[in-house]
Design a protein around this ligand. Sequence first.
Ligand code: ATP
Ligand code: MG
Length: 173
Amino acid sequence: MTKGLLSVFTGDGKGKTTAALGVTFRALGHGQKVCFIQFIKGRWQSGEAIWSERFPGLLGFHVMGRGFTWKSEDMEKDRQAAREAWDFAVGMINGNTWDVIVLDELTYLIHYAMIPEEEILEVFSGKPASLHLIITGRYASEGLLQAADLVTEMRAVRHPFTSGIKAQKGFDY
Ligand code: ATP
Ligand code: MG
């Protein structure tokens, strides 16, 4: 039986979401079912969101960030959106129908105190035994790092953005 891992891809270097997509690609190749939940909505429709439609039943792709910005124009609304997104993820985890679940940019829910860390860790500790859970995002909290079986920190050495090169379709989104 599979030993489901809790993995965290964090740090300020590029590659966290890309690494989670790499696992997604790999698992789908073996016919495994992957649920990819994005907690923050990007400005552009991503290649992965478009591609996900080609794997009905095998790849669930959900962008939950609509409406919240973390810039707290309306803190209560942001909190509610975060709560709805998290509740959705909990349903997916406890539903026990996926081999891999990616919670992309989940770290910000803890970092901005939208959802208590203890509540999130409790759900993780009760996850189905064979489920691989992957968390991405900067500023992973101490408790999350302690709970994880695998932690990789992407370190920014150089990024084209600092030379004025903007995000590019295909490479960045
Ligand atoms: P990617 O989605 O490319 O794997 P990521 O998940 O590691 O990146 P995020 O913190 O989620 O990084 O930020 C996503 C966007 O910010 C991407 O367009 C990425 O190119 C850009 N980015 C990531 N790291 C840096 C950095 N160190 N400096 C500037 N921009 C960055
Ligand atoms: Mg990311």
